[in-house]
Design a binder for this molecule. Structure first.
Ligand code: PLP
Length: 425
């Protein structure tokens, strides 16, 4: 397969732009090169576009489709519920069944709240932290992403071009964004100095910096952050929107053995349906019934929670995470080998089924190194992969699902090698 053009996708995109702003449902998707591809369906690890081309999918809906597309258990669960109504605006069995399934994965905690997106859940977590401490500000780290809401959209890519403020978006509330104190990740002395005697309610972080390079925390760092937060009475929030149910059934908390006060979950939790959660101890979570407002028409939607229960049931099967990790290693070492073989400077990181490939830099160990990668060259490589049936994310991240096979990975590595050999000097 060597696709040269996508006439039906192009036609659909042109039409979409007439009614939908930018022709995409979330801003970043407009960056897809050569243009957004329109899909008609998916099965397992594969997607099919309107022109009839099939791709191995490493985008996985930007992470959620961890059990692939159209998993029979997920389909049955959703169908089983939708026949009985889409939402009730009151209690139903899936609310507690899915909550119990999530808490089984996070045994250090005894409560959760449901929301619909990672951004909303991060917002609830910060509100709980402020409610519990009576403090206003919070610490976040450069390159870490916690959604698109006003307080957290700072220190991600370094502020909006041409703006003197840290805010990343036109129209963002500068008052809200001043709540964030942005620090460099990995420096405990800095964190201690910032938290001591200051008005800081929470420290929020991605336990693995997935959004900016798939960088694991330095040895002992999460433990150190935990200690400093405990000493200063600061609420520690792990944003596990990517890592939750992906690095292990119990996410980064299980993998690294460090227990935060709150964990924010999203993406993989419902296999592609819109769901997020905040998990923690009842002392904090029950504040949502004692003054901290947490609301949402769609919270705890029965169709979505039926889907979550089915997804978690698939994920908790014996061997799931060993297999996902082995697939991640296979892909990462294969991509790395191809770069070396063809003399292309680049770096490959991997943690579980999340892989990062960067061109033009020999290593990605910090946010600064990640920002030094050659994104233009990577964009060109992505188009060549797409033409050959491999669909991957801009920015260098690759996600794997339970439905990818070793054969899929080996095919992908071969195609990657072909592309790299054509584009290398
Ligand atoms: N937190 C992290 C770590 C994320 O990666 C994302 C989204 O990519 C979010 C929060 C926001 O989640 P959502 O896009 O569901 O609002």
């Amino acid at each position: 397969m060597l696709v040269t053009e996508w006439p039906k996708s192009m036609e659909a995109w042109t039409r979409t732009k007439r009614s939908l702003a930018g022709g995409v449902s979330t801003g970043l998707r407009a960056q897809a090169r050569p243009h957004p591809i329109f899909f008609s369906g998916g099965a397992g690890a594969r997607l099919t576009d309107l022109d009839g081309n099939t791709y191995l999918d490493y985008v996985l809906g930007w992470g959620p489709n961890i059990i692939g597309h159209g998993h029979p258990q997920l389909v049955a669960a959703v169908q089983g519920q939708i026949e009985h109504g889409a939402t009730y605006g009151s209690g139903h069995e899936f609310e507690y069944l899915a909550a119990e399934a999530v808490l089984d994965a996070y045994p250090a905690f005894d409560r959760l709240v449901w929301s619909n997106s990672g951004s909303e859940a991060a917002q609830v977590a910060l509100r709980i932290a402020r409610g519990a401490t009576g403090r206003q500000h919070f610490v976040k780290f450069s390159g870490h992403y916690h959604g698109w809401t006003d307080p957290v959209l700072v220190g991600y890519r370094g502020g909006r071009a041409g703006s003197s403020s840290a805010a990343e978006s036109l129209g963002q509330s500068e008052n809200a964004s001043r709540d964030a104190v942005v620090l460099e990740w990995g420096n405990l002395d800095d964190l201690r100095a910032t938290l001591t005697g200051r008005d800081i309610a929470a420290v929020v972080l991605e336990p693995v910096l997935c959004n900016s390079g798939v960088i694991e925390p330095p040895d002992g760092y999460l433990e150190g952050v935990r200690e400093i937060c405990t000493e200063t009475g600061t609420v520690l929030i792990f944003d596990e929107v990517i890592t939750g149910f992906r690095l292990a059934f119990g996410g980064a908390v299980e993998k690294y053995g460090v227990v935060p006060d709150l964990a924010v979950l999203g993406k993989a939790i419902a296999g592609g349906l819109p769901l997020s959660a905040v998990v923690g101890k009842s002392e904090l979570l029950d504040l949502t019934q004692a003054g901290v407002v947490h609301a949402g028409t769609y919270n705890g939607n029965p169709v979505v929670l039926a889907g979550a229960l089915a997804t978690l049931d698939v994920l908790k099967r014996e061997g799931t995470y060993e297999r996902l990790d082995a697939l991640g290693r296979r892909l990462a070492s294969g991509l790395g080998d191809q770069l070396t073989r063809h003399g292309v400077v680049g770096a490959v990181n991997q943690v579980g089924p999340v892989v990062q490939c960067a061109l033009g830099v020999p290593a990605v160990r910090t946010f600064t190194e990640f920002m030094g990668a050659d994104t233009k060259a990577y964009d060109l490589l992505l188009v060549e992969l797409l033409r050959r049936g491999v669909f991957a994310l801009p920015g260098g991240r690759w996600y794997l699902s339970t439905e990818h096979t070793e054969h899929d990975i080996d095919t992908t590595i071969r195609i990657f090698g072909e592309v790299v050999s054509v584009s290398s000097p």
